[in-house]
Design a protein around this ligand. Sequence first.
Ligand SMILES: NC(=O)c1ccc[n+]([C@@H]2O[C@H](COP(=O)([O-])OP(=O)(O)OC[C@H]3O[C@@H](n4cnc5c(N)ncnc54)[C@H](O)[C@@H]3O)[C@@H](O)[C@H]2O)c1
Length: 260
Amino acid sequence: MTADAGGDGSGGDGFGGRVALVTGAAQGIGAAVAALLAGRGARVVGCDLRGSDTEGAFPVKELDVTDGAAVEALVAEVERTVGPVDVLVNVAGVLRVGPALELADDAWQHSFAVNTTGVFHTCRSVGRRMAGRGRGSIVTVGSNAAGVPRTGMAAYAASKAATAMFMRCLGLELAASGIRCNLVSPGSTDTAMQRSLWTDPGAEQRVLAGDPASYRVGIPLGRIADPVDVAEAVAFLAGDRARHITMHDLYVDGGATLRA
Ligand SMILES: NC(=O)c1ccc[n+]([C@@H]2O[C@H](COP(=O)([O-])OP(=O)(O)OC[C@H]3O[C@@H](n4cnc5c(N)ncnc54)[C@H](O)[C@@H]3O)[C@@H](O)[C@H]2O)c1
């Protein structure tokens, strides 16, 4: 096998001018994914609740993924002005915490609107176009909380678990069209979302070392992930080196879930 696993001249690790749409690209993991793909030659279009006029390595368009019509309009615009979307990466997400029995309707609905329905919206708009072309790759950033119960995270974990199964069903339906659909499920990663959980001085240490009071075993590799650790896994699954991988869920959590 040559280095060009996809045989399209992009190189195995490279994205050779392919168009990549990344949601949640304004900060955190989404920004790291967008920067990494752009650095490997993709023409990246980011989107987020807040757009950005200053186009660094990639523009960030204003988009609320909960609005299906807005998603469809943005995807149509990107295809018209930049080109066919070859890679879709869903990173936009929200974390609404609280004991299950005390969750307000809004916290539950917001979690599913962004983390689940938002992914459905982008996959539907982009996936239809990819299917027509017979090529493409979709990666969704889920969470290791989809695979292990966490106190105070019922809405978040349930929304991510629903999304994980959606991605597997989508991957099954789109396989015949040559489109791969995969998940990357991070554990604790150093972003604004993670730091919102560190509400007292010992919180970070409890994440690392474990906390029997909340039934957490800690992180065996002994570190909080950097956003780029997650981005590397996304880039692998999005690119040609993963050409025979679909419906996979790659945990990037330092062993925190013991993959049980
Ligand atoms: N940080 C962690 O420890 C961690 C762990 C597991 C999974 N994740 C997942 O990784 C993804 C990225 O999280 P992060 O840590 O970078 O968080 P973050 O809060 O730093 O970034 C999330 C981004 O999503 C955007 N967003 C939220 N709602 C949106 C909407 N309706 N439409 C468009 N954009 C929207 C936000 O504006 C923000 O820029 C999320 O899906 C999150 O659930 C994070």
